[in-house]
Design a protein around this ligand. Sequence first.
Ligand SMILES: Nc1ncnc2c1ncn2[C@@H]1O[C@H](COP(=O)(O)OP(=O)(O)OP(=O)(O)O)[C@@H](O)[C@H]1O
Ligand SMILES: [Mg+2]
Length: 595
Amino acid sequence: MSSFNIVRVENVDEEKEDELLPTDDQGEPNVLEQSLGRTYEEFARYALHLYEYVQSLIETPIEDAPPLNFRAVLTRDLGFEKIFNFIYPTSNESFVHIYKGKMDAHGNYKVIEPRLPEEMSYLTGLVEEKFSLAVDEKVAAEIVENKEEVLKRIFESTVIPVAGLSGVREQGRTIFVSEELYQSLRYEIFTDKIGLGRIDTMMKDPYLEDISCNGLGSVFVEHKIFGSLKTNIEFLVREDLDAFITRICERVGKPVSRRRPIVDAALPDGSRLNVVFGDDVSRRGSNFTIRKFSKVPMSIVQLIKYGTLDERMAAYIWMMLESGMSMFICGETASGKTTTLNAVTVFIRPTARIVSIEDTPELFVPHPNWINEVTRRSETQTSSIELFDLLKSALRQRPNYIIVGEIRSREGNVAFQAIQTGHPVISTFHAANMQKLIQRITGDPINIPPTYVDNLNLVMFQSNVKNPKTNQLQRRVTAIHEIVGMDPVEKTYNFIELFSYDPITDKHTFRGIGNSYLLEYKVAPMKRLVHKDFRKIYDELELRAYLMKRLVEMKVEDYNEVYARISKIYENPYLTSMKVDDYSKKVIDKILRET
Ligand SMILES: Nc1ncnc2c1ncn2[C@@H]1O[C@H](COP(=O)(O)OP(=O)(O)OP(=O)(O)O)[C@@H](O)[C@H]1O
Ligand SMILES: [Mg+2]
């Protein structure tokens, strides 16, 4: 099965057609005569189930929803409206209908797939039977090597489509079916054996952030553009749900059981799976959450563009990471901590040796000298390798930076030892504010002596903020703090909130020149600036902010491209020590354009 590259589908003509839509008396496009555009027609030509689905919608439109629209590609602005009605492809065969009418409390997410009709579902069993006849030892060995290819071969020799055939005919090892049944049968078998069965379309949907099933009932998704949506995928029977979960866990080699009810694993595409199994631990029955993984992480330029932070904050983090400062990115679950962590690693000097350690592979480091280590959990305590062990061994690998996916437990203590011995650390951490953070790092099980807290230099807080105008959830960095140290007499901690966020204006503010302890007392000395010249360090901040702003304007958004530009600046260190004036801006523009 070839996977369909959604980005390649041109949508331009469709936009033009939209303008020419026939309208009814109120000037609203008339849905019955509405053309859904060229891309829709191309898909519908062979995806009969899509065509039928759309026909049924044209006959019975969604109440109080805007006219139906087919989009090959979704854009962020579509999410500004409170009501919506779109269909988009997630592969050649699977589509998604998302809609919300005026009366709906919750947006809906409906999967459109070529599934077998209920009365034909026995066919999958029949195909399995024939398969078992076709699989001998040799084939079984091949399956291990190349499951998809072999499965395709066996399927094509077992099931034969016959145009116009009604019903099913069986002959020896072969089954003859109509073309329509053939498409559905192939879809059922492949999504079950290669994909993830009922949630396969959601797994393929590039616009989803999370898929969550909180027990019996509907599965919910978090959509990048339309927020939380209720899906038409449901688990109504406990045994069904448990069987589904058991299967995925077996697939990823982390079997779940009542004795071992909690599983944290990486799915084949890199997404993160969390399972709580059975009803002793979880009252509404088993549940699971999948945090979708995107292959190329979001870049710092995209984060600036989305307003997560501003260009001066990015410039500041750049100077901090260039100077070997240690930083924690804090915030609640799904506030975008890991995303920000991945985005800022481009600021570390390209020649640095970086060791990253984590429980589930989520970190992405573009540097050539990167060692990526992932913990291993096993039934017996002795063969498990924990973050704690990896971090201890990382110290012997002479890294210039250590990146820890998330610090939760006693590895936090080792992290502080690492910083102490000259190996800066960046990590994410669950804490809502400075007080909570300090409580947690000085308390059990991390147990950092209070006077050592200032080994950590920077703390960034991130949060999910609701935009009152669009109702969309937005990730915002809400503050960056510099830790100055503990006052041993007063037993209080000194820290400076250098950057803050105003939710009313949705803007970030900088405390201004003369307020950064780290720039003046840590970074400036490294650049051999004497204190009376401290202004120069703020000049440099402004120049880098200009540079980041230019990257946004030049739309250099791809993660690897951003890394390439930053690397270029590292190759020309004189650039960043220039005065901010028209000349230096011109030089910078030239270098950025040449890369
Ligand atoms: N700045 C951002 N703008 C838009 N979407 C974002 C942003 N940051 C993260 N996301 C999206 O939000 C989801 C959660 O992000 P991420 O995994 O980084 O959160 P997290 O805080 O590390 O969560 P957890 O606490 O579970 O580790 C991801 O699907 C990601 O694509
Ligand atoms: Mg995370």
